[in-house]
Design a protein around this ligand. Structure first.
Ligand SMILES: Nc1nc2c(ncn2[C@@H]2O[C@H](COP(=O)(O)OP(=O)(O)O)[C@@H](O)[C@H]2O)c(=O)[nH]1
Ligand SMILES: *[C@@H]1O[C@H](CO)[C@@H](O)[C@H](O)[C@H]1NC(C)=O
Ligand SMILES: *[C@@H]1O[C@H](CO)[C@@H](O)[C@H](O)[C@H]1NC(C)=O
Ligand SMILES: [Mg+2]
Length: 512
């Protein structure tokens, strides 16, 4: 049934209109297929009927015929090969649209997009017949029954078929979207068990994060995104050979650049192109008005407000995307440059309730070549607790600034690339670049404080709160993710200065 359903959507040919995609307001709702006692009899008859049907299908070769219908549809569109959704996990639940008026009533100005199976488009009430049918499905599924003990999360989630909600907050992020999608595809955790949820907020005038995100998501869901990127990269390489490459690359460690080059080159893992179980895109503004430039957003004065607003955004996303059948929530920033594809499995296998890796960034070689990036993962210290006693209840301590001498042990600083990447340390605060947490924590009310909780906000407050509620929060000091390098205003000045010097030297060389 679900498969026919997907097929039907597929047949409804998607508009191939790049960024100018039609928008819709729809809501995801799981339709659980749990059985009640009275239905048992009917079910046994159904099973019998299904078995007879299967026999018929096998004997008459209809199964292959059915697949061919799908292939024909795929082939009618040129260039790219399509990846089919075969795993049962894709079809555990039906997704149902809801009247946009229903959402609007509760939350003015929110837009909700659902990228359907195969990346074909979103249903709106204008699709009368189909919409009506799905709406009725929603009404008939208002009472749902979940045994939450089945969704607690284990250290071997992939083998146990556990569903992961993967959340990404985005702001003015159009440029890093290809990078982000490549990393999502590179995830080796079964894609059919991952629901993607993006929250786009407070983008600048003219920014096209939302449009690009929807467009890429559609290619992602019909398995052709890597081919789209291969074409884009070819075009970019042609540009680069004309000398339009970023100037700072000249000053980066060539070994690092080579490792990046290799990480983005095929062969990729065998399920790289597999669609994800679902993609949801939310757009909602929270009034963030601190500039998204590197130097703007890292000024110490803005940290408290910025982090609290990020907390609100994250909480809003969890509240809207988390479903009872999720066992895990994985938070990931869009601007990560290098990350093992097995990160979800690796963090799960620590056995912690919350787990984070180490996060560094590369730097130009004249600035030491590399640096700890995420200082929000730390162990609490006596000095910081004393410092907190003298702060206002509302003051937010921010790490990595001279204003707050906390003397905490930072996960970032105890990294040793030669030591065991599996080693785990207990933490109090965590950074937000890559957090794996059991979904149970969110169900129990742990969140990203958008207020000051023990003089912390957002992800650091989250870590502290989780710990306070008895959960184990762990960090992997020798397991490293690399954040992209964004030159600060100072760095750009230094680079410009070096360029001037080298031009001078060149001139003098020529003159002599
Ligand atoms: N929704 C939303 N996302 C944001 C906001 N600020 C940053 N982001 C996204 O959150 C992630 C981390 O933000 P970033 O500015 O890179 O944090 P930093 O690296 O710690 O300075 C990125 O994916 C951003 O696109 C915001 O105000 N709202
Ligand atoms: C995949 O989706 C994109 C975007 O919707 C569409 O343009 C393309 O034709 C689709 N490709 C296939 C093979 O279905
Ligand atoms: C993708 O995953 C592989 C295997 O884990 C890893 O070696 C590679 O660096 C990853 N790619 C990126 C871009 O990080
Ligand atoms: Mg970042």
């Amino acid at each position: 049934m679900a498969i026919f359903w997907g097929l039907k959507k597929k047949l409804k040919k998607a508009d191939d209109d790049g960024y100018k995609l039609p928008m819709s307001h729809s809501k995801l709702s799981p339709k659980s297929k749990r059985l009640n006692w009275q239905n048992r009899k009917i079910v046994s008859w159904m099973i019998l009927t299904v078995m007879v049907l299967i026999l018929y299908v096998v004997l008459s070769g209809v199964a292959r015929g059915g697949k061919e219908v799908m292939k024909t549809v795929g082939n009618s569109m040129p260039n790219y090969n399509v990846n089919f959704l075969e795993e049962d996990a894709y079809y555990d639940y039906d997704f149902v649209d809801i009247d946009p008026g229903v959402i609007a009533k509760f939350d003015e100005g929110v837009q909700h997009y659902l990228i359907t199976q195969f990346g074909s488009d979103v249903l709106t009430p204008n699709d009368n017949e189909l919409f009506e049918r799905e709406y009725n499905m929603l009404l008939s599924s208002t009472v749902e029954n979940y045994d939450l003990s089945r969704f607690k999360g284990s250290s071997n989630g992939a083998a146990n078929g556990e569903h992961v909600l993967l959340c990404v907050p985005l702001r003015d992020a159009e440029k890093v979207l290809p990078l982000m999608f490549k990393h999502l595809m590179n995830l080796t955790y079964p894609h059919e068990s991952i629901d993607l949820a993006f929250l786009v907020s407070d983008c600048s005038e003219g920014d096209r994060t939302l449009e690009a995100l929807i467009s890429y998501s559609r290619y992602l869901q019909n398995g052709t995104l890597s081919q789209v990127f291969a074409d884009m990269d070819k075009a970019a390489a042609a540009q680069a050979s004309k000398g339009t490459e970023k100037l700072y690359l000249k000053y980066m460690n060539p070994d690092y650049l080579k490792s990046v080059q290799e990480a983005f080159s095929p062969p990729f893992h065998e399920n790289y192109d597999k669609p994800f179980r679902s993609v949801q895109v939310f757009q909602k503004d929270f009034g963030q008005n601190i500039g998204q430039g590197f130097s703007d957003r890292h000024a110490v004065k803005v940290q408290g407000t910025r982090r609290k607003l990020m907390g609100r955004a994250r909480n809003w996303l969890t509240a809207n995307a988390l479903k009872p059948y999720h066992s895990w929530v994985y938070w990931r920033d869009a601007d990560v440059e290098l990350c093992p594809g097995s990160i979800i499995e690796d963090l799960m296998s620590t056995g912690c309730d919350v787990a984070v890796p180490n996060v560094w960034r590369p730097l130009p070689q004249f600035l030491s070549g590399e640096q700890p990036y995420d200082l929000n993962s730390w162990m609490e210290s006596y000095e910081a607790l004393e410092l907190a006693k003298n702060l206002d209840e509302d003051d937010v301590i921010v790490e990595g600034y001279a204003e707050y001498p906390t003397y905490r042990v930072h996960l970032a600083y105890i990294r040793n690339p030669d030591l065991d990447p599996k080693e785990v340390l207990d933490l109090d605060g965590v950074g937000g670049v890559s957090i794996l947490a059991k979904a149970e924590l969110f169900r129990r009310g742990i969140q990203f404080p958008a207020f000051t909780f023990e003089n912390h906000a957002e992800t650091e407050g989250f870590g502290k709160m989780a710990k306070k509620m008895g959960y184990r929060v762990g960090g992997l000091p020798h397991y490293t993710l690399w954040h992209i390098y964004e030159p600060s205003d100072d760095d750009l000045r230094d680079i410009a200065e070096k360029e001037r010097e080298s031009r001078k030297v060149e001139k003098n060389d020529k003159a002599s």
